[in-house]
Design a protein around this ligand. Structure first.
Ligand code: ADP
Ligand code: MG
Length: 339
């Protein structure tokens, strides 16, 4: 009898897990942005080079990490955000899986710089493909900077699989917009190849929408709000006359987390019935607040799909909220009195 099963070394286990977390530069950006927001940052800067293939750097002014935590943050299943399985049912942070930094460091060259407000010195760590190259104290500003260089440098097959720069950049902007939309109280900038793409000061949600999508949205947003015991809905919808043929400017956030749901999309569309052509899509940015116990966000590692305990009620509340908003702003079809 020979035994042939072995536990995989951490570096390989991390590389396998990375396949789920980091599909492309934009997925790394999402994780880094979420970490910055989770750290309580009020200002977040993003620097992108070569559509993220060469560099994605996220610099925040959040709470930073101790030297020990800085090293620990790259271990898989290492997190400061949950401690027990009970906590899984009351998640208020973006992160909780403790997988992102370990995954990113397994398939890229990462430089972490971090300092806590009360620490005199910060910590610099360099990791290439899960291998720690350097760890030393360093004079640094308060907060955290994570630079991810040369994604998939050690996984050539995946590197070749990356799409053209315009396509990868589109994904990066998508992820950036989603996080920036849900935190208008945080200032964000995005630089691509030393050019400023976005500069979003702290403001109201309506100002953030205009900052992200352009001046043409000014005066075109209808506020939408409904409070029920089960779920609260708040946000903006676009006026029916501004509906577009292209999908993509529809946003649902559940407890500030961007989610995709064709079922809930239908709820909004159905409220617009009769006001827009059937091949058109209204603009909307809607925030749902719901008891975390009523949802399961652990369905997929990237957490854009979630399960609702009572999806039908959520559907009904959204539909009614949008209908009311449209009615309150007199954007119902004009009546033809000549009949
Ligand atoms: P998760 O976010 O699921 O906890 P990550 O791998 O993304 O897992 O991060 C691991 C830990 O590293 C976090 O729980 C947090 O304590 C710390 N961390 C990561 N990024 C930052 C940051 N920008 N500022 C402060 N702490 C951070
Ligand atoms: Mg995280």
């Amino acid at each position: 009898m020979t035994d042939i099963i072995q536990l995989l070394p951490d570096a390989i286990a991390n590389q396998i897990a990375a396949g789920e977390v980091v599909q492309r530069p934009a997925s790394a950006l999402k994780e880094l942005l979420e970490n910055a927001v989770d750290a309580g940052a009020t200002h977040v800067q993003v620097v992108v080079k070569d559509a993220g293939k060469q560099l994605i750097q996220v610099i925040d002014n959040g709470k930073g990490m101790s030297a020990t935590d800085a090293r620990m943050s790259f271990e898989r299943h290492a997190t400061s955000k949950i401690r027990s399985s009970q906590d899984l049912f009351a998640i208020r942070t973006f992160g909780f899986r403790g997988e992102a930094l370990a995954s990113i460091a397994a398939v890229a060259q990462v430089e972490l710089k971090t300092r806590q407000p009360d620490a005199e010195l910060g910590t610099l760590i360099q990791i290439d493909g899960s291998e720690v190259k350097k760890q030393e104290p360093a004079a640094l500003p308060v907060g955290t900077s994570v630079a991810m260089k040369n994604l998939f440098f050690n996984v050539p097959a995946r590197r070749n699989f990356l799409k053209s720069n315009p396509v990868e950049m589109r994904h990066i902007v998508d992820e950036f917009q989603r996080v920036a939309l849900s935190y208008p109280e945080v200032a964000f900038t995005l630089f691509q190849q030393d050019m400023e793409v976005f500069n979003l000061p702290v403001g109201k949600l309506s100002q953030r929408i205009v900052g992200l999508f352009g001046k043409s949205y000014q005066g075109q947003l209808v506020p939408c709000e409904e409070v029920t015991p089960h779920v609260n809905v708040k946000g903006y919808i676009g006026k029916p006359e501004n509906a577009k043929k292209t999908r993509g400017e529809q946003y649902f956030f559940v407890n500030n987390r961007f989610i995709k749901s064709s079922y809930l999309h239908h709820a909004v569309n159905s409220a617009f019935e009769g006001l827009i052509a059937s091949d058109q899509h209204p603009f909307y940015v809607l925030f749902l607040e719901i008891d975390p116990a009523q949802i399961d966000i652990n369905v997929h590692p990237t957490k854009t799909e979630i399960k609702f305990e009572d999806e039908r009620t959520v559907y009904a509340v959204i539909r009614s909220a949008v209908k009311q908003a449209l009615g309150a702003h007199h954007v119902t079809p004009s009546l033809d009195f000549s009949l």
